[in-house]
Design a protein around this ligand. Structure first.
Ligand code: WQD
Length: 340
């Protein structure tokens, strides 16, 4: 059985990916310091899969403690690297913490991959690397634009660091550019657990619907779009998870066409913020109290994916539409304690 190290394994996308890996015959070791996740996620993964994974609480910015993972598990065959700070607004206020954490943890992992002969590296990247694209939908060949935040810059730099190492031939890698991951596992045992007040749209919607937040704001309805609100490509977290397993298998079976592949992970459908709210109201039968507020700094007007490459080369099949995204997100929110 192939052993995979998943960093940030107790996080939102990491935990859903671990479930998919376990369900497809992989053995998984996790590293997560619980700075933005909860130990109970390990129990939830066990409830879903019947398997209990080992988690290291090492801080990946510390090379010595991180090396201990590889010494204990010298048979790691691949790494999926999720662990990173990821709050766009926070990164603007704390750039050094973001560069320090996100880049030194990546560099440590890559250094240890080379040292221990781990050849397959999957990196959690983001559509944020495209900035405000000149046209939509975006394909993987679109150029990176000026990052709107230090968070986005760490993703762009992370991709470049990986590509520079790949060209030495010491590892091969796949960069997965997520659009907007939303929703929860159909068991409603895993989902998004924002710590503190949520910033992303769907957790704000569900916390407003359940009454934790009194009302929500729509940041701008004066954009040049069909209804004036921003356009995004919402993608179910389980579909994102599935793509990680497929990408890893492609690397491990040497089916990748180039040493460093890049894939967009989006549905290819652009949905406006107001349409997302309407979709939620239809699914939940809850009228959302929202008001139109000024535009949010750093927001991209419109972006959605051309996802043909992932569908054709990974055999990726998207299983969840916007209704399933909103339905699972809503059921998950209702399963949580009603405290903010
Ligand atoms: C989506 C739209 C907001 C909240 C970010 C990162 C991206 C990825 C996903 C990690 C925007 C609007 C939001 C609210 C609103 N993160 N909105 N009211 O900014 O597209 O992407 O999160 O991988 O890398 O950049 O996501 O959910 O914050 O915003 O009107 O209360 O919803 O203005 O148009 P975003 P988001």
């Amino acid at each position: 059985m192939k052993k995979i190290l998943v960093t940030g394994g107790c996080g939102y996308i990491g935990s859903h990916t671990i479930v998919d890996l376990l369900e497809h015959g992989f053995e998984v070791v996790s590293v997560d310091d619980f700075s933005n996740s909860y130990p109970s996620v390990i129990d939830r993964i066990e409830q879903i899969t019947g398997k209990r994974i080992e988690n290291f609480t090492s801080n990946l910015t510390d090379l010595t403690t991180t090396k201990k993972i590889f010494e204990k598990h010298p048979d790691i065959a691949g790494i999926i690297h999720f662990a990173a700070f990821k709050a766009v607004g926070e990164s603007v206020n704390q750039p050094l913490e973001y560069y320090q954490n996100n880049l030194s943890s990546l560099i440590n992992l890559l250094q240890l991959s080379v040292e221990f002969g781990v050849k397959n590296f999957v990196f959690s990247s983001s559509c944020t690397v495209y900035g405000n694209p000149d046209s939509i939908p975006v394909t993987e060949s679109f150029p990176m634009k000026e990052a709107a935040s230090p968070y986005g810059a760490t993703k762009q730099m992370g991709e470049r660091i990986i590509q520079d190492l790949v060209q030495t031939g010491k590892i091969q890698a796949t960069l997965l550019r997520y659009f907007n991951p939303v929703g929860a596992h159909p068991s409603i045992l895993l989902g998004e657990l924002p710590i503190g007040k949520p910033l992303n749209l769907v957790p704000v919607i569900t916390q407003t619907a359940v009454g934790i937040l009194p009302e929500m704001q729509v940041f701008g309805n004066d954009y040049p779009t069909r209804d004036g609100s921003c356009i995004r490509d919402f993608i179910h977290v389980c579909d994102i998870a599935r793509a990680h397993t497929l990408a890893l298998e492609q690397l491990m079976e040497q089916r990748n066409k180039v040493p460093c592949e890049i894939f967009n992970l989006g549905t290819g459908l652009g949905i406006t913020v107001l349409e997302a709210i309407q979709a939620f109201e239809k699914v939940s039968n809850v009228q959302l109290p929202y008001r139109i507020a000024p535009r949010r700094a750093g927001d991209v007007v419109a972006i959605y994916a051309n996802n043909e490459k992932a569908k054709n080369e990974l055999g990726w099949k998207i299983q969840n539409d916007i209704d399933a995204m909103m339905d699972t997100a809503w059921k998950w929110q209702q399963s949580l304690p009603k405290k903010s």
